[in-house]
Design a protein around this ligand. Sequence first.
Ligand code: NCD
Length: 320
Amino acid sequence: MEGDVAARRMSLHGRDLVSIRDLSREEIVSVLDSARKMIPFAEGRPSTALAGRIVAMAFFEPSTRTRLSFESAVHRLGGSCLTIADAGATSLRKGESLYDTIRMLSSYADAIVLRHPHEGAARLAARASDRPVINAGDGAGQHPTQTLLDLAMIRERFGTLAGLKVVLLGDLKYGRTVHSLAYALAEFGSEIILASPEALRLPEEHREDLKHLGAKLRDEPDLDKAVRQADVLYVTRIQKERFADESEYRAVAGSYRIDAHTLREAKPELIVMHPLPRAGEIASDVDTTPHAAYFRQAFLAVPVRMALLQAILGPGRRRG
Ligand code: NCD
């Protein structure tokens, strides 16, 4: 279901979330404000905000945090979930198209959260569904709800999303979390510093789009230099599953790693973030430093997804 522009400006009620660019700056801030108020509910205070509502979790690619934090968010708000956690157990195995699967699901649930290995799958699903579709990651495309929680983490620590220096480290070619986050950082006016192995550079089309938005964007191949300047160091996993061939992956595997020593000249207020799972990019000796923010970031997934689901599904202004 794709909302019209007028409804977009008014409310998130009944809308899809496919790309972070579907949300205005004001809408992002409003979700983050509600997320802050949701924290006690994410920690266990009972709520019935989604009582009687059903949210389908359609996960066609592995996930731990994203699916479980969405499910936790629904349950904490008194709603219930229908979950596909193993694509192999569905009729896709029998040759059913994604379009048909989503169309059917949209008659069983009030909203659909979709993760899929193909870029563009969430946009297709939004067309197939007459209920809101939330993109929980489409291939190397977008991961807008991860961006919302990333922004919540940054704002909780710095009180702002503007004027910060954010280093994006790692797989900037295939990483959907950075593809989403970079747009939001550009919108809010933070500086984006790109640190990646040459083979995993941020693709040209994203660079051009970001520059078009007026992003402050630059490359910093020297990791020590990048770390010294950073307010936020956003580390990512090499997206092994997206490489066309294994030797291409092996050539870059293990090419960067953050440990307590790497952070020796960092600003005291630097936070290290990671969407997780980590696969060796951040050594465990960082966990006990005041820089480590990734576990708090993972917790914030719940109140942020609660706030988003409530805005999309809860009582609110109707479309049209
Ligand atoms: C990320 C993803 O799936 O894109 N994980 C997540 O949602 N927390 C990052 C990754 O898998 O590396």
